[in-house]
Design a protein around this ligand. Structure first.
Ligand SMILES: [Zn+2]
Length: 214
């Protein structure tokens, strides 16, 4: 809740309608929420089940954020435990069978996908070997419609062609960069030596003059 409180404190610093030329006498300055308002706003942002739990266990609305957080932590624990239990009981069967929501907190169920939608399954690859589930028949890159293997299939990965070329280019690029780095390294070394010499000289000079420079 800390970030919320921090952001809340910033509210007063934000420019608003109050600061604009459009403001009228009745326009109020935006001010941070007080503890009570902030706590109740936070409670309203929580899952509805938590809010209900609060109402069941507390007589009044929260008065401070600290008080709210303390109770909410317990509620969250109970909530998570319940969720875990539901999961282990296999909530998939029974609970939401017909797409009906069993509690108001459930998400609105998506419409079931029509089952007659063509599923991704290449008939050619299924029959002749390949990865049929990764594409449709008409998108097949491996086989021609008549079942013969396409000429350019496999060029990318195994039999030489483009990839090795690309790899070679990549390697050359890397080599170039490495050499550049080496060169820069040498340059740096030189520079360092120069600086060291200068520093020595300076140290010597300051020693002899007995001053306390740097
Ligand atoms: Zn295929």
């Amino acid at each position: 809740m800390d970030p919320v409180q921090t952001l809340n404190r910033y509210i007063g610093m934000l420019p608003g309608l109050y600061n604009s030329p459009q403001a009228v006498a009745g326009t109020k300055e935006a001010t941070p929420f007080d503890e009570h308002d902030l706590a109740n706003l936070i409670l309203r942002m929580c899952p509805r089940e938590w809010e209900t739990q609060w109402k069941l266990s507390q007589k009044t609305v929260p008065q401070t954020v600290t008080e709210l957080v303390e109770v909410l932590e317990t509620i969250e624990e109970a909530y998570n435990a319940k969720r875990a239990q539901e999961k282990s009981q296999g909530s998939s069967d029974g609970k939401r069978k017909n797409g009906h929501m069993s509690s108001p907190n459930d998400r609105i169920p998506k419409k079931a996908k029509p089952s007659d939608k063509p599923s991704k399954k290449c008939k050619l690859c299924e029959k002749l070997g390949g990865k049929p589930l990764t594409h449709y028949t008409n998108e097949c890159k491996k086989y021609n419609p008549d079942g013969t293997v396409k000429k350019d299939f496999g060029r990318g990965s195994s039999n030489g062609g483009k990839d090795t070329k690309r790899e070679k280019a990549h390697f050359a690029q890397m080599k170039k960069e490495y050499q550049e780095m080496k060169r820069e390294g040498k340059h740096l070394k030189k520079l360092n030596k120069k600086l060291a010499k200068k520093a020595k000289k300076r140290a010597y000079e300051s020693d002899s003059s007995d001053s306390d420079a740097s």
